[in-house]
Design a protein around this ligand. Structure first.
Ligand SMILES: *Cc1c(COP(=O)(O)O)cnc(C)c1O
Length: 418
């Protein structure tokens, strides 16, 4: 479902026009459709519920409390990668027994905190991490339920910066070493071997790498079961891509993805855990900005807008394509380079983009910005973190306020000798 449509030439989300929202909240800001998030979750839910399953939202995609709560209220668990995310998930009401903890370098402090919360599972990524987890669990007189994150050596065919399942990537245990490490873990006092975990990357638009990876995982689970290490949970990670380039109705491919999972894992007698992030929240979000200046360059026309790479880094970091929509529909079409005000050439949202003619002061929206948008933002150039707005039907609510300069600058402290 695409929650953003034009009504009387005005871009609207659910029952509200973006222009109306922008009259109350200064640009730039993130706007999220709550219904879009709920619909995406439900699409996973109806298509996977034939299996004993748990959908753990990957909180790093968008960790606002209101977003996590939206999903927790539908029954979602959470996939977290830091103590901070674990705290966010717990605070938003995700029960600890629905939380899996991923991440390539959990510290002793983080492990201790997670053990004290009695989370569902640690996804362990190395032997040294296993040993540390065991030691801390024994010390606290607890048992840590674990899965090993297995690196299946599959090319996810996605952007190199978000591909994680090749043997050269830093993630997980090579599948060739998996059997040995499971044997080792099974003997440890503070460890309960529970699952097998895999996550091969993000923004996968081809389902074939999933099939390959999942088949290898299934074989491993069968082998482990036969060698006396019973596996009760299979965590398939996240990674399903969204269709950033498609116009109009956006198809998630969630149903097709779940179909593959069912084909491979039906009858395995294991709980299947999914960790979707992007595919739950990306399409719900719009980054609303205003044109500050138009500027004629030597051979191109620039639109300089009030949001920048510090607010939304995907175009500069991943060369990501995002549709850019005028908030008030225009008939005349013009080709622009759309850029932000930050002092970096990489601060470019789109090159050679043809869209409705924009004037200074006009509003535009960067589409599919609900995932890896606000969570990857920074205050580079001493720009304030921007507000976030949640829309449901006719209602809107600010779910994160703009910070102010005083708070931001007062985080710094002078040394006593200054
Ligand atoms: C990032 C991440 C996810 C979520 O990935 P998406 O592409 O947003 O679905 C899930 N699991 C792990 C371990 C991750 O690192």
């Amino acid at each position: 479902m695409n929650p953003y449509n034009y009504k009387n030439n005005q871009l609207s989300v659910e029952g509200l026009s973006i222009k109306q929202i922008a009259e109350v909240i200064e640009t730039p800001f993130y706007c999220y459709s709550q219904s879009a998030i709920q619909n995406a979750y439900q699409e996973y839910d109806v298509n996977i519920k034939q299996l004993d399953s748990l959908i753990c939202y990957a909180v790093k995609a968008n960790s606002n409390q209101a977003i996590i709560k939206t999903l927790a209220d539908l029954g979602a668990g959470a996939d977290v990668v830091s103590e901070g995310e674990l705290r966010r998930a717990l605070m938003a009401g995700v029960p600890a027994n629905k939380i899996v903890y991923s991440g390539v370098a959990k510290t002793a402090h983080e492990i201790k905190f997670a053990l004290e919360q009695d989370i569902f599972q640690f996804n362990v990524e190395s032997e040294n991490e296993l040993m540390l987890l065991n030691e801390i669990a024994c010390h606290l007189d607890k048992k840590a339920a674990i899965a090993f994150r297995i690196n299946p050596d599959v090319d996810a065919k996605t952007h190199a910066k978000i591909s994680t399942g090749k043997s050269e990537n830093k993630f997980g245990i090579p599948i060739s070493k998996a059997r040995d490490i499971y044997q080792k873990a099974a003997k440890l006092e503070g460890i309960v071997v529970q699952g097998v975990d895999v996550h091969i990357g993000s923004q996968l638009t081809d389902l074939v790498p999933f099939k390959l990876a999942f088949s290898r995982i299934k074989k491993l689970v069968t082998d482990l079961n036969q060698s006396g290490i019973p596996i009760s949970a299979i965590d398939l990670g996240g990674g399903l891509g969204v269709n950033y380039e498609q116009k109009g109705e956006i198809s998630h491919g969630i149903e097709a993805y779940c179909q593959i999972v069912k084909e491979i894992f039906t009858g395995m007698d294991c709980q299947i855990i999914l960790e979707p992030g992007r595919s739950l929240v990306a399409d719900s979000g719009l980054l609303v900005s205003k044109v500050i200046y138009t500027k004629q360059g030597e051979d191109r026309l620039f639109l300089i807008i009030d949001s920048a790479m510090n607010d939304f880094i995907r175009p500069s970091m991943y060369d990501a394509f995002h549709h850019i929509l005028p908030i008030s529909k225009k008939d005349t079409q013009v080709t622009y380079d759309i850029v932000g005000p930050v002092c970096e050439t990489g601060d470019t949202f789109a090159k050679n983009r043809t869209m409705g003619k924009m004037s200074e002061g006009d509003l535009l929206g960067i589409a599919s910005a609900g995932a890896y948008g606000s969570t990857m933002s920074s205050t580079y150039n001493t720009r304030l973190l921007i507000p976030e707005v949640l829309v449901k039907d006719q209602d809107m609510c600010i779910i994160k306020k703009r910070t102010d300069y005083e708070v931001l600058i007062n985080q710094d402290q002078l040394a006593p000798w200054q």
